[in-house]
Design a protein around this ligand. Structure first.
Ligand code: NOJ
Length: 467
């Protein structure tokens, strides 16, 4: 596994497992949110594609597709259902069996400890107890699985998760609150560091990283004002996650900029900063979606919009997603770049630019492309087969840039398509699909059918397996 390039696909617990209250699992904040009146669509992940009961079939299919690695996440609430540190052994049993199945086919598990779905008793990322509780949960997981999991990741997409919870307000707790945004961001960095401290105590052969969402910032001009907007956008989207995780500290300029934006940083503790300094990651997971195209801030309050609410949910004409960060930057629009149905740029070169920026700033750190995928309204024929040519084109174009970055010296070690099969796409529900394998939600047995992209990816892996 050490030097072998890994080819696989990815899922996340709440999005695919279903079995939301089975075998002693406690509720997560996503269970609570989806079951509340705040969930306007009433759509939930209660069953989803029921990976909890279909995992053998799903893993077998991955192996048939030549995939040799599976990225999934563990549901914290399955392992520690209540606020009492008592482990639910049935929760471990599920993941033990899942990993047995991976091992049977030589599929390497790459496991994220939390993918948005905090236990309900933690509540929010601004809970002052979150980092100690997370470290406890992480230590229980490390002790249980040890080297059976070669690749651990602490948190999925701190930047996107924080933005959804506290800027856009489309994930629970659905706030627009930049003070909480910064507290959440900081707590996530402390969570990662405290979990890594537990991990190092065990001297495992495994390695640990964090999965990052945002790409390098770019602009359409290179005047000093535009270059400054790029710098602020990188600070806002990237540096607050990757600097503490990889370098062990925040740059003074970031701290000063946050303070001058009126954020009260009195919650920052000296001892946390020491822990961050001493506990950095071994690798980075980089997710590959759209790009951060920005221009100088011109005016208006901090705000961000996405197109997955109301009538603009991908079915109507797409509008560019917007973002203004007061005093920092604004999102720009390049009319030459196509938008997907949700108003996000399809710009494959972004992953090349992102990987080169990481190399430039952090040297040779190993990188796994932990997600790359294209959301679509798939149309199946009478056999459930989907000819998803647009997805194939999307993936192929991104992969060409990833391979080029590798050739140009970036330490890329593996790649995961998002997602292994169709699953719950957060507040986009089930219509927006990403899977290599179609799930028929109307069928009582949730029938799986590989799409054209599944077979395309299988061949791609054969061609590139020895890179
Ligand atoms: C990134 C997230 O990690 C995943 O949960 C989500 O479904 C995909 N993006 C697609 O939007």
């Amino acid at each position: 596994m050490k030097d072998k390039f890994l080819w696989g696909s990815a899922t996340a617990a709440y999005q695919c497992e279903g079995a939301w209250d089975e075998d002693g699992k406690g509720p997560s904040i996503w269970d609570d949110y989806c079951h509340s009146t705040a969930n306007l669509t009433g759509i939930t992940g209660d069953v989803s594609c029921d990976h909890y009961h279909h995992f053998k079939e799903d893993i077998k299919m991955m192996a048939e597709g030549n995939q040799n690695t599976y990225r999934f996440s563990i549901s914290w609430s399955r392992i520690l259902p209540k606020d009492d540190h008592v482990v639910n052994e049935a929760g471990f049993r599920f993941y033990d069996e899942l990993i047995d199945e991976c091992e049977k086919y030589g599929i390497v598990p790459n496991v994220t400890l939390v993918h948005y779905d905090l236990p309900d008793y933690i509540g929010t990322w601004t809970n002052p107890k979150v980092s100690d509780e997370f470290a406890y949960y992480a230590s229980v997981v490390f002790k249980h699985f040890g080297n059976r999991i070669p690749l651990y990741a602490t948190i999925n997409e701190p930047s996107h998760n924080t933005a959804c919870c506290y800027l856009i307000g489309n994930y629970p707790p659905n706030e627009h609150n930049m003070q909480h945004f910064v507290e959440c961001a900081y707590n996530m960095a402390v969570c990662t560091a405290k979990a890594i401290r537990e991990f190092r105590k065990l001297n495992l052969n495994s390695t640990i990283g964090v999965v990052h969402a945002s790409g390098a910032s770019e602009s359409l001009a290179d005047t000093p004002k535009y270059l400054e907007a790029i710098k602020y956008s990188n600070m806002f989207h990237n540096d607050w996650v990757l600097d503490p995780a990889i370098k062990g500290y925040y740059e003074d300029e970031l701290i000063e900029k946050v303070k001058s934006s009126g954020i009260d940083l009195s919650f920052v503790k000296k001892e946390d900063l020491e822990i961050i300094k001493d506990n950095t990651v071994d690798w980075i997971g980089q997710n590959a979606y759209d790009r951060n195209l920005v221009k100088p801030y011109t005016g208006g309050e901090t705000t961000a919009t996405v197109n997955n609410r109301g009538d603009n949910d991908g079915t109507s004409k797409s509008a560019r997603e917007s973002k203004i960060i007061k005093g920092w930057f604004e999102v720009d629009r390049d009319e030459n770049v196509p938008l997907n149905k949700w108003g996000r740029e399809v710009y494959p070169r972004q992953i090349y630019n992102t990987l080169l920026r990481i190399k430039d700033r952090y040297g040779n750190i190993p990188i796994w492309i932990t997600e790359n995928g294209h959301g679509q309204y798939d149309i199946a024929d009478e056999n459930g087969y989907v000819e998803d040519n647009e997805r194939i084109e999307f993936l192929n174009n991104y992969l060409q840039w990833i391979l080029k970055a590798k050739e140009d010296g970036v330490n890329v070690r593996g790649y995961y398509v998002w997602s292994t099969m169709d699953l719950y796409s957060w507040i986009n529900g089930y219509k927006k699909r990403y899977g290599l394998v179609r799930v028929d939600y109307e069928d009582g047995n949730l029938k799986r059918t590989p799409k054209k992209s599944f077979y395309w990816y299988k061949d791609f892996i054969t061609k590139y397996k020895d890179i």
